[in-house]
Structure formats: C-alpha cells, structure tokens
Ligand binder design. Structure first.
Ligand SMILES: [Zn+2]
Length: 347
C-alpha cells in the first residue's frame, strides 16, 4: 500500500499554527490543532510513499502505536489516502476515483463504489434529445453495461440537440449509430418501442436501473408502462424525459418500496395543476428545443443516478426540480407517499 496526501485537498496554516484543511470536492473546511507528528506525516507525504517506509522513518522518534493511529485518523478525515497505485494509474476513471475518495472514509470504500458503478447494468429507453446525452454520461461514469432501446432512425431535425448523430447518419437506426460512436462502452441495442403491447422483459432483465427518455406518445404514457415493468421487478428508475422549451425537469427517481411511487407523483402533479379540468381548444403540436439545455438536463439526471448508485449525496427522492434556463432559477417540488395510495401500500 502507498500513502499520499489526498490530491484534491488544500492546506493552509494560520498564525497560531493551526491547519485549515479545505476539501475542494465537497467544499468543506476543517481546522485542526496539529502536533509535531501530524505535521511530520503531512510534510513527508507531499510525495507518495510506501506505507512501510514512512512508518520505519517515523518510528525512530515516535511509538509505532502513535504513528499508526495518526495515519489512521488522517485517512479517516480524508487528508491522507492509502491506496494501490495500479488501481489509479491504469484506470481511465482515476479522476473520478479521486472525486469519490472525498466522499468516503477509506480507499477500500472508494474502490467498492467505483466497482459498483462498473458492475451496474442500466437500460435507457429512448435515445433522442435527452437519451443520447444520458448514454454518454453513463459511459463517462463507467457503467458496465448500457442497454438502449429506440425504434427511430436519425433525421436531419435531430442534429441540433441529439448527441453523436451527424449528417452522415441520417436514415440509420439511432441505436446502431450510438453503438458505433461509443465503441469502448458495452452497449446492447434494441429497437423496441415503449407501448402497452411491447415485450420489454429482455431489455430490463437483470438491470440495476432504468432511465425512461421515451416521449412518444408522451412521457407520462411511456412512464406508466415502464413503471409497471419496474415495479414488478423492483427496479429503480428515473423519469428523464422532462424538458420543454426553456424548462428542464430533473427527478424524481422512483425506487419501488423506497420512495413514493409513480401514482403518488402523478397525484401530486394533478393536485398542483391549476389548469386541471379545462377543455383543450388547441393542443401543442411541436415544441422548440435547444441542444445545450437538453445536454444540461440530461447530465443532471446522470449525476442523480451516480448519487443513487453510490449512495453519496442526496438524490431526488420524492422531489424534482424545475429549472428555468432563461433566468437559471430552480423551483423544487416535493411530494410524499399518499397515505391512501394502494400501490405504495402493496410495495
Ligand atoms: Zn404511491
């Protein structure tokens, strides 16, 4: 094992000799009164060292017990990391591992969380304005297997917002193009449309998470179908189809038995819709869309999935955000399990 100071921390010493440790990833500052042993460990670990070497060096002046407990405490506080260098050097995720390491108490835990991401299988329905960016994000965080399903072919009007598709791809199946463009990801493709008659079993078999970006005929209708499949198999999923003109919706993640269910979410939306019950005179035919907004919303969903899988940070449980990209304001909507909900009662 090697030891080194956590690469993302910043240490300042004040006039009284106290150390201020700034954890950049989580924006936390902690102040410590430090003794000579702690100072010496921090000085010595400006460069990485073999654990046995630093211990031998310090044990000339301090007891082995003191050295050991000092290093352990510094590791627990996220100041020192104890790691296997080859796990970092050979990994394309070395910077992500450093990010995760600030959210854990030990290197072992960090590696476990990274492995959890790499062992996860995720199904994505719909690879259009949101779905293409989601697939890209899942690839970037190292998801081991990504199953994608979309019956559509690439059209010229998709190119302003759907990642990876170019003019040469027009007329090709979207799922095939994505597979070609991200060769390093393990992508399994399907062309099944989300509909009440569709057999989605093969796509969701053994997956750890589902992302619904299928918006035809509407996100609410496709989510209803995804929900019945997910609930039966107790698979968590996110409703990720939500963006319309300048408004983006991030969340909620619905995890059967863990969060409020889709019916509770719909009941909340119905209750908070002031236009409910009015007669439609003219319906929406088409909405405008801006590529960077699609990308921003989709990437926020991926961060939410990252938080859900790693159990770090606060994922969108029983809440969702409505982001107004014209003034960058965020309105949070929170809902709870409806005490009368039969679905939650069954879960
Ligand atoms: Zn419910």
């Amino acid at each position: 094992m090697k030891l080194q100071l956590s690469p993302s921390i910043y240490i300042l010493e004040d006039k009284e000799g106290a150390y201020h440790i700034i954890h950049t990833a989580i924006r936390r500052i902690r102040t410590f009164k430090v003794d000579n042993l702690v100072k010496e460990v921090i000085d010595t670990l400006a460069e990485e060292k073999e654990e046995s070497e630093i211990k031998r060096h310090l044990e000339e002046r301090y007891t082995p017990g003191d050295v050991c407990s000092c290093i352990d405490a510094l590791e627990k506080a996220g100041i020192v990391r104890r790691y296997e260098p080859e796990q970092i050097i050979n990994s394309p995720f070395s910077r992500q591992i450093s990010f995760l390491d600030e959210l854990t108490e030990s290197w072992e835990e960090t590696c476990k969380l990274q492995e959890r991401l790499q062992n996860s299988r995720i199904a994505v329905f719909g690879v259009g304005g949101i779905g293409t960016w989601i697939v890209n994000g899942l690839y970037q965080i190292g998801i081991g297997e990504i199953r994608i399903s979309d019956p559509d072919i690439v059209q010229k009007t998709n190119l302003n917002r759907q990642l990876y598709y170019g003019s040469k791809d027009i007329g090709r199946k979207k799922v095939e193009v994505l597979k070609d463009k991200i060769p390093d990801a393990k992508i399994i493709s399907f062309t099944t449309e989300v509909s009440p008659e569709a057999d989605l079993e093969a796509i969701v078999d053994n997956v750890d998470f589902i992302v619904n970006c299928a918006d035809y005929p509407s996100v609410a209708e496709t989510t209803r179908i995804i929900d019945s499949v997910a609930r039966k198999r107790k698979i968590p999923y996110s409703v990720a189809g939500g963006y319309n003109m300048h408004l983006g919706m991030v969340g909620p993640i619905i995890a059967p038995g863990e969060t409020a269910c889709f019916d509770c979410f719909l009941a909340y939306q119905k209750a908070s819709d002031s236009l409910q019950g009015m007669k439609i005179v003219k319906n929406i035919e088409q909405t405008g869309s801006l590529g960077p907004i699609a990308g921003a919303v989709a990437n926020m969903h991926v961060v939410d999935i990252f938080k859900y899988i790693t159990g770090r940070g606060r994922y969108n449980k029983n809440r969702f955000a409505e982001i107004n990209f014209l003034d960058l304001s965020i309105e949070w909507r929170e809902f709870d399990k409806n005490p009368k909900c039969k679905v939650c009662h069954l879960d």
